[in-house]
Design a protein around this ligand. Structure first.
Ligand SMILES: Cc1cc2nc3c(=O)[nH]c(=O)nc-3n(C[C@H](O)[C@H](O)[C@H](O)COP(=O)(O)OP(=O)(O)OC[C@H]3O[C@@H](n4cnc5c(N)ncnc54)[C@H](O)[C@@H]3O)c2cc1C
Length: 466
């Protein structure tokens, strides 16, 4: 593993060391997976415990870590390499393409690879929406947890109330969990904060005074609509619909087909409410995608989960490291894959350099900064350009007609590839940026964009003078 061994033996794990993981979402389960693997490889007998009050075998928000449930292609590959094979029963649908719907029309984006074969899965994080009755367990998060449980990780279905760092950092951390009236305690050589952003834990940790500052978040809106299998096959097939409708305040809108439900996801510039969901579902371009005469059911599964829009500062100290959404993740894309990558880095650091503040700074945070935080800056730029282009009718028209030239035109292929990677998050934002400024694209697209922009400004000026 190319390990750089620290001098400070007090901070190295040894036989009998204990790791407490707060949160059994993807970040917690992936850390547990890598920690179990590295413990086996280094011959250490380590005990690992995950705490999570949530039971993923429940349906509705109670058992769900609330997301669109798209498992990126890269993550599917990485899970396979780790022998984490998602059973068919936990996969809702295998996605073939993305339909990119603008206010003026749409285009089907295809996998840019030579085989055009996609390996993107859709899943339910918990055991399906509320009001649904599934006979079998279909939860993705439960599958990840079961997988690490089989590797010897203990699961405690309680929430952690407090973490007490030792006065002398060479002593152990106290983890207080369970019911307020009858709290229990364990000590750990390392505590892993994988509690996500929908919890008061972030504020508790930031009050501990070692410098942790949680990421800023916005409230998204999600709803599970029961359209029925046959209707979904007919209207959506295996395609995720991404909408760029120029709706004020909306940054991202998608409808993701599952087997007999579709998941609507809205991410805004600020917090969203039910009114945003209703407004979106009543937009004429969205109505065209939904069944004719469709009406909102009286009861449906809906949530307003938070999404991080910045990264955390100082997500580590001696014997404590914070992972996943509560730490550093990719802006708006493939949060589960980010959790996997960061869990690997943090676990690798734990076993090669120890659990000191210095070890996590060098082995985890500095690398995360290089990989994700820098790339997120390109992300902000690309998302801004994308928003601008698709909020301008004339420029949108120009891009759509180029895209519709299909495979016959190199620029259409390149535009398809750029948009595919923007919607799937399959490559880094930097790679997308470099492709977008490539002369093959920019020399062809820029004059069209400038022409369309001038046309739109002229139209506006004529409109204003009348
Ligand atoms: C609208 C939306 C759509 C998204 N769509 C996608 C997508 O399609 N694909 C994708 O890859 N990512 C998506 N994401 C991002 C993805 O959901 C997150 O990146 C991912 O869940 C982060 O994993 P995590 O383990 O850090 O946190 P979480 O998944 O939030 O898990 C945290 C866990 O910690 C537990 N916990 C919290 N506090 C305590 C405590 N005190 N004690 C014990 N346990 C505790 C919680 O119960 C929870 O189980 C989306 C996010 C949003 C908001």
């Amino acid at each position: 593993m190319g390990m750089e061994i620290t001098d400070d033996k007090e901070f190295l794990l040894k036989d009998g060391s204990k790791i407490a993981i707060i949160g059994g979402g993807p970040a917690g389960s992936f850390f547990a997976h890598f920690a179990s693997r590295f413990a086996r490889e280094t011959g250490l007998n380590i005990s690992i415990t995950i705490f999570d009050k949530k039971s993923f075998i429940k349906s509705g928000p109670e058992g769900c870590n609330m997301c669109a449930g798209v498992i990126s292609e890269k993550l599917v590959d990485k899970l396979q390499q780790e022998h984490i094979l998602i059973p068919q029963a936990r996969v809702q649908r295998v996605i073939d393409g993305y339909y990119f719907q603008t206010q003026n029309g749409g285009v089907l984006l295809k996998h840019p690879g030579p085989s055009q074969q996609s390996k993107i899965f859709t899943v339910f994080r918990g055991n399906g929406p509320c009001y649904a009755t599934y006979g079998e367990n279909i939860s993705f998060d439960d599958f990840l947890m079961e997988d690490v449980h089989k590797q010897g990780v203990d699961i405690v279905h309680e929430s952690v109330k407090e973490i007490v760092l030792p006065k002398n950092p060479k002593d152990l951390v106290r983890v207080i969990f369970g019911k307020r009236e009858s709290p229990q305690e364990m000590t750990a050589d390392l505590v892993v904060g994988a509690f996500g952003v929908n919890t008061a834990m972030m504020e508790k940790i930031s009050r501990m005074g070692f410098g942790y500052y949680p990421p800023k978040t916005v409230r998204t809106c999600q709803a599970e609509l029961p359209l029925g299998r046959a209707t979904i096959e007919k209207l959506f097939g295996n395609n995720i619909y991404v909408f760029a409708l120029g709706i004020k305040g909306l940054k991202f809108a998608a409808i993701t087909p599952k087997s007999d439900y579709v998941t609507v996801n809205l991410v805004g510039k600020g917090d969203l409410t039910k009114a945003d969901l209703i407004g979106f579902l009543n937009h004429p371009a969205v109505r065209r995608v939904l069944p004719e005469g469709w009406q909102m059911p009286e009861s449906y599964c809906m949530c307003f989960s938070k999404i991080p829009v910045t990264h955390a500062k100082h997500p580590y100290t001696n014997r404590l490291v914070i992972l996943g959404d509560a730490s550093v993740s990719r802006t708006y894309k493939s949060g589960i894959e980010s959790a996997f990558n960061m869990a690997y880095l943090a676990a690798k650091t734990t076993f090669s350099q120890g659990v000191s503040e210095q070890a996590f700074k060098n082995g985890y945070y500095k690398v995360a900064k290089n990989v994700l935080i820098r790339d997120n800056l390109y992300g902000v730029l690309m998302l801004f350009l994308n928003d601008y282009i698709f909020s301008q009718k004339e420029i949108t028209d120009a891009h759509l007609s180029l895209l519709k030239c299909g495979k016959s035109l190199l620029v259409a292929q390149l535009l398809n590839e750029i948009l595919w990677n923007m919607v799937t998050g399959n490559v880094t934002y930097k790679e997308i940026f470099l492709k977008a400024i490539n002369p093959q694209v920019s020399l062809r697209v820029l004059p069209i964009d400038i022409g369309a922009w001038i046309k739109s400004k002229l139209k506006q000026a004529i409109g204003n003078s009348q």
